[in-house]
Structures are given as C-alpha cells and as structure tokens.
Design a protein around this ligand. Structure first.
Ligand SMILES: Nc1nc2ncc(COP(=O)(O)O)nc2c(=O)[nH]1
Ligand SMILES: Nc1nc2ncc(COP(=O)(O)O)nc2c(=O)[nH]1
Length: 542
C-alpha cells in the first residue's frame, strides 16, 4: 500500500465527502511551539485536509511518566476526505518522516505527537474505529485535561462523547473536581526568543474552573499573577503625559529602567506599551511616517540596551496600522496592541498571522477615533432573542437567554466575536490573542463601569451560530483592561486633571483584577503595581 514515491498510499472517503476530525497535539522536546507550528503548516499543506480551528496552547506537567519536561498541548479541528486509518498514516508521516520524531518508550518525551481524538463522517455521525494501531474515540481522552480543555474551546458545550453519551464539558468538570495537580493547565501565549538565546518566552496564565458557592455555577478563573502593562506614550499630545521629553531616548530609557525596577521585584515580567499615536477621542492622528519616527527608534534602543533584562521585558506597540506593526515586529516587539480590533487597517491581521509568536490585543470599539463617542448607545433592554440556532452559553450551559442582565457582555462579546472570526480566517492563532473590551472606546460612564463588572461574563462568553456553523467562545483567552486616568474615573471622583487620577486608578486596577482582568494597562506603574499585588493576594490568594 505504498506509492511510487515510497509514501503510504492514502485512500479518500467515498465520493470525496468532507468528514470532520479533532486532533490533539503535544510536544515536550526542544522548541516545543516551533514543532507544533511546523506540524500545523504541514497539515495545512495537505490537499485532503482543511484546518478549521486551532485551540489555545496549554502547558502542563507530564502524566503517567513524570520524569520528563512539561508538555505543550492543544487541539485542532479539521475537515478531511481521508478515512481514519489514512488520517493516522498522515499524522505518523508528519511526526516521523517530516519532523523526525524518535520514540524511545511509551509516554516518553516527544518532539511532536498528533493523535486522532474524534472523527465524524460527512453526515455528522461519529465514527468508531477499533484496530490494533488505531482506536477512535481516543481511548485515554477522558482522563486528560490537556485534551478535553482545548477540545472544549472548539466544540459547543453540549456535544456528547460518542461512547458515554455525556457532554464532554461534564467529563472535563469531573476531572477538575478531582483537583489532581497534573490537571492544572497553564494557558500560554508564545513569544519569540530574544536573539541569541534559546530560552522559550511565554505570557502564562493559570486558569482553573472554580465552583462559586453563591451562584451555584462554575466559572473559568485566572489564579496566576497579574501582568502589568506600563504605558510609554511617545506622543507630544497624549492626554495624560504629553510632555516634550517623549522623544529624548536617554530620558525614555531611564523611564524603562525605572519601570523594570518598580515591577520586576513583584512580577517575573513586565509589558511596556509604546504608543506613538494618541487615541483619545477626536485626537489628531499623526501620519504613518510620523508614528514610525516616534516609535521604532525606541524599540531598537530598548532591545539593544545592555542592562535592560530583555527576557523579562515584553515590548508592545500601541498601533492600528499594519506598516507600523510590521516594522515594530522586525525591531523586536512582542505584542501588537490594536485598539481598533483590526477595523482600521485591513492588512493588520495578515501581518500578525505571519508571526505566530507575536501576540495581538483584540479590542472592542465602534466607529473610529472621531466618531466613537457617538456610537456609545447599547440597547440593553432589548429582549435578547438569539436566532433559533444561536444557542447562547454562559458558563458552558445554555443560560436563560431572555435575561437582560447579560446583554452588555453579549453585545460586546458578539461584536468582538465578529472580529475574532476575521482574525482566525486570516490565520491568526487563538494562542496569539488577548481580549480587551475597550474601556472608553464608544462607551459612556455606565457602560465603562458595567464592562468591568461583567468581565467574568465576557471571559465565559460563547455563542454557536448556525448561520455560519461556527462556535466562538473566549474561554481561556486573557483579558487586558486599560482604565488608567480615563474620563469615567474623573467623572465619578470629580477630578478633571488626568495626572491626579492615579490613586483612583489604583482602586480600579484592584477591582478589575477581582473581576478577572489578567493584564492591566497603567501610566503610574510605581503605585498601581502595589494595587495589583494586593489584589492578587486578596482575590487569587497569591
Ligand atoms: N501533560 C502531558 N502528559 C502526557 N503524558 C503522556 C503522553 C503520552 O501520550 P500518548 O499516549 O498519546 O503517546 N502525552 C502527554 C501529553 O501530551 N501531555
Ligand atoms: N489595549 C488598550 N490599548 C489602549 N491604548 C490607548 C488607550 C487610550 O489611553 P491612553 O491615551 O492613556 O493610552 N486605551 C487603551 C486601552 O484601553 N486598551
């Protein structure tokens, strides 16, 4: 059954109908994310396979054989014309022929492992296989959170396991209820190595499912330390610190060193968000060339500075322009912080997709810098009647879809999920994404306060939409909040001068972390980092 090229001959399904399969990937040798990315691109290059969706990537301790490196795992949703046994041959070819995997013993270290977890024929019927070298559904999937958690990002919560007939989310919950250490997963956002170093860099978030005694429901919550994002605006007119020394590289580098001293004795890394273009309402936007002049020099200066701890300093650029993003990435930036959700420049998602180890902040906005204040009306009293097929889940169970109290998070979640699908369709990976509900962007006082309070709902948002047969959820995607010195704080505290709002910002930082913010973006890092570590102690027992 071997063709002339010495490769296993593969048989396609009857009359080339597209079946659906879910694969699990794992790696714990070498640059684990690179092996996973190579396997993904090899799958995408197969004519008999279409990659539909890819889960987050999780790090976890090894199961079974403990004395080996931690694994990176995730799941892939594909459609394929290959029958299961030939899909297995393709996976083995990718592992052993293409990526030169070696297998010393069962459950041992591996550069890449591709397993078939579930297989459904073109009519959606689950296919079972019981052969010596292939068993589908995967016989050990129900004991593995590193398979079920990523799988639950790809399938609607009520999909049942073909043999147990129980919802897969319930199997996952049963594992979590056992509270086994190996079931703890860290959601990772892979970043590029610092040039010359082979140390893998990640943003990491430990998310657990916590039972809430008050509401009787379980929610995904973050229990790992908050990440601080320090604002470094290099604009002359930024509303809160537009001073003239925003272009003096020595002064700016001194500020970077101060930020490192303030944050790195509390946290293991810090994000520095460089902004060359103020985005306060109605601000005049500089030209692309001007924005480049204001920002690229600083990224290069930081990345070549001898005493700044490069591994720990994660650089971000606050831009909605593709050209600026591209040059910033080439200069060494790790995150594209785009307040526009990819709305202002069609090339942005394609550029981000070229760099799978660069993160992207997907933010909610309506309109643009000059019109967004007029788009701040949200019809919260509308009877929420999702279209027949749009089953609205919160906390992985269909919620009482009629209740209005969820409407703001549904509206914002729904509008964010449109941008999410565009990003995924442009081949941006879920593992690159950070969400931001966009405080102060097309939102009035009430909405800004509700957005913070309804953060748990946004983090657990999910929607299955029959119109495009796509299930979108934000499970395990870290959330960034940028409340610092903003107007809503000034209105509530009756403080018109932005620089005088830092103490109040500290309170908002603490409560945002209480509601589930994973990253907080602030001007006054020295004071706000204290609010953050206190909030971590109070809300996450860190
Ligand atoms: N955390 C973690 N532990 C593991 N232990 C054993 C195997 C062996 O799996 P196999 O039975 O599919 O070879 N894979 C993993 C893994 O992917 N992640
Ligand atoms: N991700 C993100 N980025 C942002 N950039 C600028 C501003 C405007 O505030 P600034 O002018 O003080 O930077 N706010 C945000 C925000 O809320 N989230």
């Amino acid at each position: 059954n071997i063709n002339d090229a010495g490769q296993p001959r593969i048989t396609t399904c009857i009359n080339e109908k597209w079946a659906k399969a879910y694969l699990a990937f794992g790696s714990n040798v070498g640059d684990r994310m690179d092996y996973i990315l190579q396997a993904l691109s090899l799958l995408k290059s197969e004519s008999h396979v279409r990659v539909i969706n890819i889960s987050s990537v999780f790090e976890s301790e090894p199961m079974y054989f403990k004395d080996q490196n931690p694994f990176l795992n995730g799941c892939i949703e594909i459609s394929t014309t290959l029958i299961p046994t030939d899909l297995l041959k393709l996976c083995k070819r990718i592992e052993y022929l293409d990526l030169k995997r070696t297998k010393d013993f069962d459950n041992g270290p591996r550069s890449i492992d591709l397993d078939i977890i579930l297989y459904f024929d073109a009519n959606g019927n689950s296919i079972q296989v019981n052969e010596s070298d292939l068993i589908v559904p995967h016989p050990r999937m129900l004991e593995r959170t590193f398979v079920l958690e990523p799988l639950c990002e790809l399938i609607p919560p009520l999909v049942t396991h073909p043999l147990s007939a129980e919802p897969i989310v319930d199997h996952l919950q049963q594992l979590y209820d056992e509270q086994r250490p190996e079931d703890i997963l860290w959601k990772v956002i892979p970043l590029r190595n610092i040039p010359g170093s082979n140390k893998e860099r990640f943003l990491k978030y430990k998310t657990v499912t916590q039972y809430d005694d008050l509401t009787g429901t379980s929610q995904r919550v973050t229990v790992s330390p908050t990440t601080m994002m320090a604002i470094m605006n290099t604009t002359p007119d930024s509303f809160s610190d537009g001073s003239t020394d925003n272009t003096d590289v020595d002064i700016l580098l001194k500020r970077v060193e101060t930020i490192c001293n303030d944050v790195l004795n509390h946290y293991e890394n810090v994000i520095i968000d460089i902004g060359g273009c103020s985005t306060r309402p109605n601000s005049v936007q500089p030209t692309t060339e001007e924005e480049l002049i204001r920002t690229i020099f600083l990224i290069k200066a930081i990345r070549s500075h001898p005493t700044i701890p490069q591994e720990k300093v994660i650089l971000s650029i606050d831009t909605y322009r593709g050209k600026v993003a591209q040059q910033a990435i080439e200069a060494g930036v790790d995150i594209i912080n785009d307040i526009s959700g990819g709305n202002f420049d069609d090339t942005l998602f394609e550029i981000v997709a070229q760099y799978p180890k660069v993160a992207y902040v997907l933010s909610h906005i309506r309109g643009d810098i000059t019109t967004m204040t007029k788009c701040a009306s949200y019809d919260l009293n509308s009877e929420y009647n999702p279209p027949e097929s749009c089953i609205d889940y919160l906390n992985t169970k269909p919620c009482d879809t009629g209740s209005k109290k969820y409407n703001l998070s549904r509206i914002i979640g729904g509008e964010l999920s449109v941008r999410y699908k565009k990003a995924i369709d442009a081949s941006v990976l879920r593992s690159q994404l950070i969400l931001d509900p966009g405080i102060g962007f097309a939102k009035n006082l009430k909405e800004n306060l509700s957005v913070i309070k309804q953060l748990p709902l946004l983090k657990n948002y999910s929607l299955y939409d029959d119109s495009d047969q796509r299930y979108v959820n934000f499970r395990n995607i870290p959330v960034l909040l940028g409340p610092s010195r903003k107007k809503f704080i000034g209105t509530v505290t009756k403080e018109d001068i932005p620089e005088n709002r830092d103490f109040a910002t500290g309170s908002v930082v603490a409560s945002s972390i209480g509601f589930g913010a994973d990253i907080v973006r602030v001007h006054n890092v020295r004071d706000c980092v204290k609010s953050a570590v206190l909030a971590d102690a109070l809300y996450k027992s860190i």
